[in-house]
Ligand binder design. Sequence first.
Ligand SMILES: [Zn+2]
Ligand SMILES: [Zn+2]
Length: 350
Amino acid sequence: MDGYAVRIPEVVCLGASLTLSGIFYYLYRKSRKTVERLDEAPHFTIDGKLKNILKEIPGACLQYAVIEGAVQPVGEPLTSHFQKEIVGVLQKIMLKQQRLVWNGLSSTWTDSELVLHQRVNAVPFVLVGSDETTVKVLCPLQASGVHMEITHEKFHQLNYGLGDIVGQYLSGEKIKGQLETEEMLKVGATLTGVGELILDTDGTLNLRPPSNSTQYFLGNMDFDTLRQDQENVAVWWKALTITSALVGAMVVLWVGRRYYYHLKAQWQREQERREFERWQADVAGAEAPQDAAEERVENPCVICLNQPRNCILLDCGHVCCCHTCQRALPRRQCPICRQDISRVMPLYHV
Ligand SMILES: [Zn+2]
Ligand SMILES: [Zn+2]
């Protein structure tokens, strides 16, 4: 590849698109697998028969199963800090600072949030079915899909003096105020759980994160919605994989196109060189060798001032240099008018 090199931006683009498509493909496969596992998972209703079903399975354990039931605390439930009548089993209290940050690129103020404080409380809870059978939910905070209900939301506005406002414009950051929220998983809420279902030796039923690292779900939507959400995630990763792979393919095509033009130019130069060699051999054969060597060249090449002008540069048509100097030009441009040289022809004197 004489004189041809892949440029740094091309290498960077190709490397980045290959890496990203690899990562996106891995995430796509992972989410696709989750959807497949969800499709394969058996559904059970929480009732007296569930224990008997599990007893018949070796190890009294189902690696991935779907159950649905109402939330009940095992002991004392958690009480909302703001509405005493609301009780739940999971509670998340958050204090966020809301601010506007100056974006120099778009010349606008954009919203931004900063979590100042967050606390999660949990008490042990079970899912209750149609009869009094219960399934204890273990490690609920490890599960995805838990959407808790907002039980309190209050915005504390900040008041500013003139000095503060000037300061904000100078620093490019305006603090709007603080948002205090409380979210709870209420007692009595219906929950869909997907995880490992196991019958303990003491006779209690437990739902826990699967030991084979499949995703653990606890959601207050029905199973079909939960599955559809996962399907949408997989579609997104697939679209991103295809996009970054296409970018990579475009970079390869671009590099290939450049290499093709490089080879074509090299081939053309080689053809011209051969044409001149043939022509020089013809001239040498026709003239007496001592005359040619001793003859003082009239109107010589503008570059070496020594050889006769023996080529026509196209498309400009200038006859200004010898073929040796033309080939030594740093760029394929006419030394007189700077026009690009598309072809070089030998000049025939008759
Ligand atoms: Zn010359
Ligand atoms: Zn010219």
